[in-house]
Design a protein around this ligand. Structure first.
Ligand SMILES: *Cc1c(COP(=O)(O)O)cnc(C)c1O
Length: 357
């Protein structure tokens, strides 16, 4: 049975995107591909408010997350971790044979500008990784105030994962002074998995050229040389890029501001619903994500059972991630979802939850 996805990725994909993905195949060295590529990267530059290149990587997000550290860590990397994805990035950095330290905040807490300042002030680092929106905990760290601090350290490459926030909140790549801003497309973009996008600053591109052992598949220099010709180093997921082109056009038709407001509105209604049901928000006050809500299971309901029953009704539910599985559950509100979808899902959960005491 088809289940409507209420998990924080992959998310539901609309029929018109699937239709665009069944466009007839073309060769990636044909002019038709260059046209498609230019259309997509141009729209991504508009989305991110930048003239810097945005690369299309045929991989999931972790491919380009690994690529970013391989291209930009020459000395030592500061990985900031407040959840599963950010902690894993530290592991990935070390597995690439790079020097790295993890600076942690408790799960549920944001990465703060103070923590970043303290870490970078040691002078030990030439790169840092930050996950803007920790999908495992539903916490959105304050990117703008962190960016202000990072500006004091121009020698540090500022690498940011916006997998579950890009397109849902404004991200002004150049004003923030980011060096890398990346996202996989199966979350806030609302596309099937298999493609990642990655904006890279001129400064980072120049630095990458001097970094040894950056491999081939995710080498920024290879990406840049090919991107100048509206192309990719190796064969890209062309069908998915057709889907991306259609999805971006829809975003601009909706209007970015309207899209951001729709996400803010769904986030607020979800948090209100959570409180009305006698649960608590897992994220620290003021840092709850705009794209998913992690709910503290303060009523101790049997989430495995509710998830199974929701499944039988045609809804795929999430019951938490990693070490907070079943202690929390996550409600996504991103991509093409609307207030009506949220209401529909709340009604299902209300029916399945035991009565409130
Ligand atoms: C889902 C997610 C990832 C991992 O993405 P993959 O596409 O599975 O590689 C990384 N970071 C964040 C914040 C995510 O939500």
């Amino acid at each position: 049975m088809k289940k409507k996805l209420f998990i924080p990725g992959p998310v539901e994909v609309s029929a018109d995107v699937f239709a665009a993905m069944s466009s007839p195949m073309i060769g990636h060295r044909m002019p038709e591909y260059a046209q498609l590529h230019a259309s997509v990267t141009g729209q991504l530059q508009t989305l991110l408010h930048t003239q810097e290149p945005v690369f299309l990587s045929t991989s999931s997000a972790f491919g380009i997350m690994e690529g970013a550290v391989r291209n930009l860590v020459q000395k030592r990397c500061a990985n900031f971790g407040n959840g599963a994805f950010s902690a894993k990035w530290h592991d990935v950095t070390k597995r690439c044979g790079l020097e790295a330290d993890l600076f942690s905040a408790e799960w549920g807490q944001p990465i703060t500008p103070e923590l970043v300042d303290e870490a970078l002030s040691s002078g030990k680092y030439d790169a840092m990784t930050l996950v803007h929106n920790e999908t495992s905990t539903g916490v959105m760290s304050p990117l703008a105030s962190i960016a202000e601090v990072v500006k004091k350290y121009p020698e540090v490459s500022f690498i940011v994962d916006t997998v579950s926030s890009m397109t849902a909140v404004p991200i002004d790549f150049s004003v923030l002074g980011l060096d890398v801003c990346l996202a996989g497309v199966q979350k806030a973009f609302g596309l099937p998995p298999g493609l990642a996008v990655c904006a890279v600053s001129r400064k980072a591109l120049d630095k990458a050229k001097t970094t040894p052992n950056r491999g081939y598949y995710f080498d920024f220099e290879e990406f840049e040389i090919n991107d100048l010709k509206h192309n990719t180093p190796s064969t890209p997921c062309i069908s998915l890029i057709y889907g991306m082109d259609a999805q971006l056009k829809k975003m601009f038709t909706e209007g970015l501001q309207n899209r951001y407001e729709r996400h803010a509105c769904m986030a607020k209604m979800t948090r209100d619903w959570v409180i009305s049901q006698g649960f608590e928000i897992f994220a620290a006050e003021g840092y709850a994500s705009q794209t998913l809500t992690s709910v503290l299971n303060s009523r101790n309901v049997d989430l495995e059972k509710i998830k199974k029953q929701a499944g039988e009704r045609g809804f795929a539910m999430d019951n938490g991630y990693g070490k907070i599985k079943n202690k929390t559950f996550r409600i996504p509100h991103m991509a093409d979802m609307t207030a009506a979808d949220m209401q529909e899902y709340f009604a299902v959960l209300e029916e399945l939850m035991p009565p409130q005491k």
